[in-house]
Write a protein that binds this ligand. Structure first.
Ligand SMILES: Nc1ncnc2c1ncn2[C@@H]1O[C@H](COP(=O)(O)OP(=O)(O)OP(=O)(O)O)[C@@H](O)[C@H]1O
Ligand SMILES: [Mg+2]
Length: 148
């Protein structure tokens, strides 16, 4: 992955193979332990909510967010842990809505912290609003398309 690119949005229509590609990348990254210390995979819920995403990330971090904690407190708990962890790749699969990283508690990926954010989405708007470099995935043609 290009060092200058810190946020990547993989965009393509339903069933085009985004999750499949990301799984391959995920496994490759896990093998490349020299470049990245951790790969955090989150499958984002269909209906996007800050609270849900925080819960999903917290679970991966073995962080217990108590029920009464509000989004702001959760964000600072998550931020505290993630900013101590350097050189991780955070994968958000199937993001349906753009959000602000600081609202969830995700530190901005920089060259300094060595982190990357990779998301997949069906919507180009999500990539642009998240300020991601976009990779568009197109279908496999009439023979390979999958319709559900
Ligand atoms: N290159 C490929 N060749 C053959 N089959 C593939 C390929 N990529 C994906 N598939 C198959 O297509 C189906 C849909 O793929 P996948 O779940 O990765 O799509 P997606 O883009 O993540 O869709 P969604 O937007 O619904 O999350 C899966 O059953 C997967 O096995
Ligand atoms: Mg998918």
């Amino acid at each position: 992955m290009d060092d200058a690119v810190r946020k990547i949005g993989v965009q393509g229509m339903e069933g085009v193979g985004k999750t499949t590609i990301m799984k391959h990348i995920n496994n490759q990254l896990l093998d490349e332990t020299c470049n990245f210390s951790d790969v955090i995979w989150v499958t984002v819920s269909e209906t996007f909510e800050i609270k849900n995403l925080q819960r999903q990330i917290a679970k991966k971090l073995n962080l217990n967010l108590s029920d009464y904690e509000d989004e702001l407190c959760s964000a600072s708990e998550i931020h505290k842990i993630l900013s101590q962890m350097k050189r991780y790749v955070l994968i958000l699969d199937n993001l349906s809505k753009a959000f602000r990283l600081d609202e969830v508690g995700i530190p901005e990926p920089t060259r300094d912290n060595g982190c990357k954010l990779v998301l997949t989405t069906r919507l180009l708007e999500v990539c642009t609003r998240m300020n991601c470099s976009t990779v568009e995935i197109h279908g496999r043609g009439s023979t390979g398309s999958v319709y559900e």
